[in-house]
Design a protein around this ligand. Structure first.
Ligand SMILES: Cc1cc2nc3c(=O)[nH]c(=O)nc-3n(C[C@H](O)[C@H](O)[C@H](O)COP(=O)(O)OP(=O)(O)OC[C@H]3O[C@@H](n4cnc5c(N)ncnc54)[C@H](O)[C@@H]3O)c2cc1C
Length: 525
């Protein structure tokens, strides 16, 4: 029997486990389906390229996407201590004030969350109006960016975009080098930053390899979970609360396996209904992304990582290609007429991507990837069966809204314009994966061929429809969801820092029954 049972040791779960166990009078159990984070490729930044489809990845795919040539799009998700923060690209972005204000959710506006971004942060640039030091989450400038990455920034400036030294400062628009959740050239996952420092606490128990199958209810009250470890099923009881932190695919999956979801769907899967909740698994939002790839004669790209000197350099000083997060530069732009904030984000990587990233690069090259920040299309997560080990059916429904396709066409045109500028043109010498020509039809075909999911699923247990503004599942007791799934829409940017801020605030809601005022947080710091 524990006070709190937390399901999933990802970005949110690690924050909650660490924050709730600060109170020595409560006991916290953290359950994780994946292994401990002992794989070196989790910690060596560039190593994450080798993690897809291994034991630390859920290895999900979308259902065939009708507007993407019927392709099943790869949907990687971390399955390891640290969750997706152990397998992600480490880019530190908070999003735009407007994102949170537009949620219209009491307690989750930008002004409510900003103090929690600061509470989490330890930025090596120091404290300022926009940044903080002393929090658990290291944020660093790149130690040794590849020589080609700044060329994207220069080219985008030549194309008319503003330069931006800090996407998390006064303005989000513009291009620059990304700051990363790294320290000393190593990945700073939520496990490294929050969980491991709390690991010795006697009131915190962490169980890896523990796959939660369903939530146990007494009436409408969650009292624990049923989980399997090495094929052995067991019940783990929660005195106060069960908290789902399984992420935007697996939290709705667990609710549905436990009888909470759309009644008709659960009946089809022969699951006994506890609560008819049609919104569970609906409203899946994400950032659809596309890319162009060029082969370059300049022998400077991250292909250099294949040379023995690269590993020697990393071992000696944690610099060089292995310290790279791949998507080193990029930025934010507006392509929609009258857009009130950025609607496109660029990720630029000095690497020749083949076979959607699953093949080994054979040549030097560059990859330019625009993604849509404010897509209107919404997908869903549904059960394939009532077997807890079955993969869910995930529909992104990319470009169901025609407006998304036309904005993506504009985004690809902007990407091409940047590639044609003097600073980048030498690296874009030979087209490898590019549109056939510049017509709308050719761009549409290119987008259908190359669209991928840039790893930011949210919305499937949204505040205001599945959970209330304190993240309690509506209609049930002692059950919360705290992870990216509660965000009603996806923020403009990468979603790790926003998930951590949501979890930081949720920890205060759970511990103190209220979020703390900025002054109280400052006093804590
Ligand atoms: C390849 C990739 C690159 C990305 N790049 C970036 C980036 O550069 N910057 C950025 O900000 N964001 C990035 N993201 C997104 C970011 O990492 C996620 O938004 C964030 O980690 C989501 O946190 P979460 O807590 O909601 O879920 P997760 O971190 O995915 O955690 C969920 C955890 O729950 C566990 N779990 C799930 N189901 C069960 C179960 N039934 N039983 C037990 N445990 C379970 C999982 O194994 C996992 O550990 C990336 C993501 C990926 C996959």
């Amino acid at each position: 029997m524990y006070d709190y049972v937390i399901v999933g040791a990802g970005s949110a779960g690690c924050v909650l486990a660490a924050r709730l166990s600060e109170d020595p009078d409560v006991s916290v159990l953290l359950l994780e389906a994946g292994p401990p984070d002992v794989n070196q490729n989790v910690h060596v930044p560039l190593g994450y390229l080798s993690l897809a489809r291994t034991e630390v990845d859920w290895d999900y795919n979308s259902a065939p996407e009708p507007n993407c040539d019927g392709r099943r799009i790869s949907l990687p998700r971390g399955k390891v201590l640290g969750g997706s923060s152990s397998t992600n690209a480490m880019i530190y972005i908070r999003g735009n004030r407007r994102d949170y204000d537009d949620w219209n959710a009491p307690g989750w506006s930008w002004d409510d969350l900003f103090p929690y971004f600061l509470k989490a942060e330890d930025n090596e640039r120091g404290a300022s109006e926009w940044h903080a030091v002393g929090g658990p989450l290291p944020v660093s400038d790149q130690r040794s960016a590849n020589a080609i990455s700044p060329a994207f920034v220069e080219a985008a400036v030549e194309a008319g975009l503003p330069r931006n030294e800090d996407f998390n400062g006064a303005e989000q628009d513009g291009v620059g080098m990304y700051q990363l959740t790294q320290r000393g050239g190593l990945r700073a996952s939520a496990a490294v930053s929050y969980l491991h420092p709390a690991g010795e606490r006697p009131n915190l128990t962490v169980m890896p390899y523990m796959h939660v199958n369903r939530i146990i209810f007494e009436g409408k009250r969650a009292v624990g979970v049923e989980a399997s470890q090495l094929g052995q099923a067991q019940e783990l009881r929660a005195e106060r609360e069960v908290i789902l932190c399984g992420g935007a695919y697996n939290s709705p999956k667990l609710l549905m396996l436990s009888g909470v979801g759309p009644a008709e769907h659960l009946a089809m899967r022969e699951i006994e209904l506890l609560l008819d909740q049609p919104a569970v698994g609906e409203n899946l939002g994400d950032h659809p992304a596309t890319y162009t790839v060029f082969t370059t004669p300049e022998p400077e790209s991250l292909l250099l990582a294949l040379e023995p000197a690269a590993m020697a350099e990393f071992e000696a000083s944690q610099t060089g290609p292995f310290a790279s997060n791949l998507a080193e530069s990029g930025g934010f732009a507006r392509v929609g007429a009258g857009a009130e904030a950025p609607d496109v984000q660029f990720h630029f990587a000095p690497i020749h991507i083949v076979e959607e990233g699953m093949g080994d690069p054979q040549a030097h090259g560059v990859w330019v990837s625009p993604c849509l920040l404010t897509a209107e299309s919404r997908g869903s997560v549904r059960l394939a069966s009532n077997d807890p080990t079955a993969k869910p059916i995930i529909r992104n429904a990319f470009y169901d809204a025609e407006a998304d396709m036309s904005r993506m066409i504009d985004a690809v045109r902007l990407a091409e314009e940047i590639c044609a500028q003097a600073s980048l043109e030498p690296y874009c010498a030979e087209p490898f994966t590019v549109p056939d020509d510049d017509s709308d039809d050719a761009l549409r075909a290119h987008i259908a061929r190359t669209t991928y999911e840039i790893y930011h699923p949210v919305g499937t247990c949204a505040i205001g429809s599945v959970v209330d503004s304190e993240l309690r599942v509506e209609g049930l007791e002692s059950l919360r969801v705290v992870d990216a799934s509660v965000m009603p829409t996806v923020p403009r940017g990468n979603t790790n820092a926003p998930t951590i801020a949501v979890a930081e605030r949720a920890a205060d809601l759970i511990r103190h029954g209220k979020a703390l005022a900025a002054g109280e947080l400052a006093a804590q710091a």
